[in-house]
Design a protein around this ligand. Structure first.
Ligand SMILES: *Cc1c(COP(=O)(O)O)cnc(C)c1O
Length: 397
């Protein structure tokens, strides 16, 4: 029990439910839903009228250029999902069957699925309790204790497998300690791939997340900060790698006016023009979405300070897109009580993902004990974080 504002004691759940109602109106309140108040309809209609709904059309390259320009990546390649973007990123980084990829156990399952598609195995190192992202200290400790450099390759001493890549994730838009991680990867000769699926609009210093590693990926799934219905993006400064990504995601077809020749096992991972049209309209709203999300996060943050509830903030010098607001309870019981009370009132709150090494496909993966990950997984809860459609600008019709 805690005392808030007035003179009578109310629970943290009751207090948050009241704030959520102030921000979003009466429940039910989803965790995150998209808002289409701009040019989404007219761009979609235009693609229908042009008949260019599928793999050919001008919106795909326009969306790619917008994302490249916004993030500062030299190149952006649009894909069907964040998961397919990750699959391609790992393939292009040279990850092969039987190799190992370091990631975090506190993540969405897509990170590990993509590693598995290549026949590689994830190794989980712990996260930092403050960023919820990969801990550079845990990463270095694990590498020092378990690997050797043989002929320029970082090898797991126990399994003999090459450590082919490292995939940290920027949880809920909060940038992890990516600069330190980049330095460690460079020391050990490991390719850095950033899972920035949740972090469009987040920065580590002045660098957009997803542009620090050799390759970064974004997701435009329906619950992300902007959406294309389903979609993803590969970010890189490596022109040759981007060209290869484009080629492989478009069935590896060699360009020719009428002949069909495919020079590799390709993938049908290209984002359709219909989805890219939605993406272009959503990108026009991104600055406004970020501004409103920052205001909402500010309200939660101030309110949580009064409630003596720990609100998770970005590190100093980092900028979050405030995709999903997150709080941390003192223990599992307090968390469960809060989840029960809020969800039974139609205010959708969610515990952080089940840790990857607790899922059957990844139960046998090597890990470092994951002390912070286990501790956080019993305590962290996401709060409703959508941008209320009513607050977004609507063009005059
Ligand atoms: C959403 C998400 C993905 C995958 O994106 P999809 O577009 O849903 O395939 C990957 N990693 C993380 C951390 C995500 O949150």
């Amino acid at each position: 029990m805690t005392r808030h504002a007035g003179t009578f004691p109310i629970t943290k759940a009751e207090a948050i439910i009241a704030l959520v109602a102030e921000i979003y109106g009466a429940p039910p309140t989803p965790l995150h839903h998209p808002a289409f108040t701009g040019n989404e309809g007219s761009y979609l209609l235009e693609t229908l009228e042009s008949n260019l709904v599928s793999s050919i059309g001008p919106y795909v390259s326009e969306f790619e250029e917008q994302i490249a320009c916004y993030t500062g990546a030299a190149r952006a390649v649009a894909t069907t999902s964040g998961t397919s973007a990750l699959h391609m990123a790992l393939l292009l980084a040279g990850v092969r069957a039987g190799e190992e990829v370091i990631s975090q156990a506190l993540t969405f399952v897509a990170t590990c699925n993509a590693i598995s598609y290549l026949g590689a195995r994830p190794v989980f190192v712990d996260v930092d309790a403050d960023t919820l992202g990969m801990s550079p200290v845990a990463l270095r400790n694990w590498l020092d204790a378990n690997t050797v450099i043989r002929e320029g390759r970082c090898v797991n001493r126990r399994t003999g497998a090459r450590i082919a890549a490292c995939v940290p994730m920027h949880s809920f838009g909060l940038p992890c300690r990516i600069m330190e991680i980049a330095e460690i990867c460079s020391d050990f000769g490991i390719v850095l791939i950033e899972d920035a699926a949740e972090a469009l609009g987040s920065y580590a210093g002045d660098r957009h997340t997803g542009t620090i590693g050799k390759i970064g990926i974004l997701s435009f799934n329906g619950n992300k900060i902007i959406t294309t219905g389903g979609g993803g993006m590969i970010l890189t400064d490596d022109e040759a790698l981007a060209d290869r990504a484009k080629h492989l995601t478009t069935t590896a077809k060699v360009p020719h006016p009428w002949q069909t020749y495919h020079d590799a096992v390709g993938y049908n991972y290209r984002m359709p023009n219909l989805n890219a049209a939605l993406g272009c309209a959503q990108m026009e709203r991104l600055p406004e979405i970020l501004k409103i999300k920052a205001e909402i996060a500010g309200r939660y943050r101030d309110f949580c300070a009064e409630l003596d509830l720990h609100f998770i903030k970005p590190l100093c010098g980092m900028t979050t897109n405030n995709w999903l607001n997150a709080v941390r309870f003192e223990d599992r019981e307090a968390r469960d009580e809060f989840l029960e009370a809020t969800n039974s009132c139609g205010v959708m709150t969610r515990p952080v993902w089940r840790l990857m090494h607790e899922l059957s496909p990844f139960a046998n993966c090597e890990h470092d004990g994951l002390a912070n990950s286990v501790w956080l997984s019993a305590r962290v809860v996401n709060l409703p974080s959508s941008v209320p459609a009513a607050q977004l600008y609507r063009p005059a019709s």
